[in-house]
Write a protein that binds this ligand. Sequence first.
Ligand SMILES: N[C@@H](CCC(=O)N[C@@H](CS)C(=O)NCC(=O)O)C(=O)O
Length: 203
Amino acid sequence: MRLYDDPIAPTPRRVRMFLAEKGMDIPKVPIIIGKGEHKTETYRKLAPNTRVPALELDDGTVILESVAICRYIEGIQPEPPLMGTTPKEQALIEMWQRRIEFELLLPMASVFRHSHPKMAALEHQVPEFAAAQKPIAEQRLALLDEDLARHEFIAGDRFSIADITAFTTVEFFCKYGGIPLPEGLDNVRRWRDQVAARPSAQA
Ligand SMILES: N[C@@H](CCC(=O)N[C@@H](CS)C(=O)NCC(=O)O)C(=O)O
């Protein structure tokens, strides 16, 4: 099994953190987006979406999409559970995971993709779209602060894949995406520092 991985991009980091939480270390094949390595014919054959990450199993099966990769890892290494164990817990974690992806990651990534000079080669940039998405991203960060006033982690009192998705999103796009974490938001800061202190955050 091996992971096709870019060391800087936020989505492959989600899988690396997930693996680290599981205590797993698997071979990695670097695919450097900045060098266009995800657009080569060889990689396109493996991952027709030309995105990272991709997980290649020993039988040649390729799993794309970070959450599908994490689902596979959760299946082969259930401990510690990061996607819930009871039907209720699984549903709530999936709800938060999807809400974070659609409500937070998407607007933040849109600002980055449509405004950052480094993304000009990969995206037909529409600066007006970036400008329109920025307040949406900021509003969602404020809502995240309210969510995190009610529970320690994103999906409740247990660390889950939803924290990994939210953390890698906030870390990358607040630092490099043109959306600095707004003043206040003490609950987001508390949670971010708490997740950053986990050994898996080094992955
Ligand atoms: N929904 C996909 C998103 C994968 C994705 O967009 N990865 C980015 C890096 S964070 C990428 O490969 N970008 C290359 C490009 O935009 O051409 C997943 O969760 O795996």
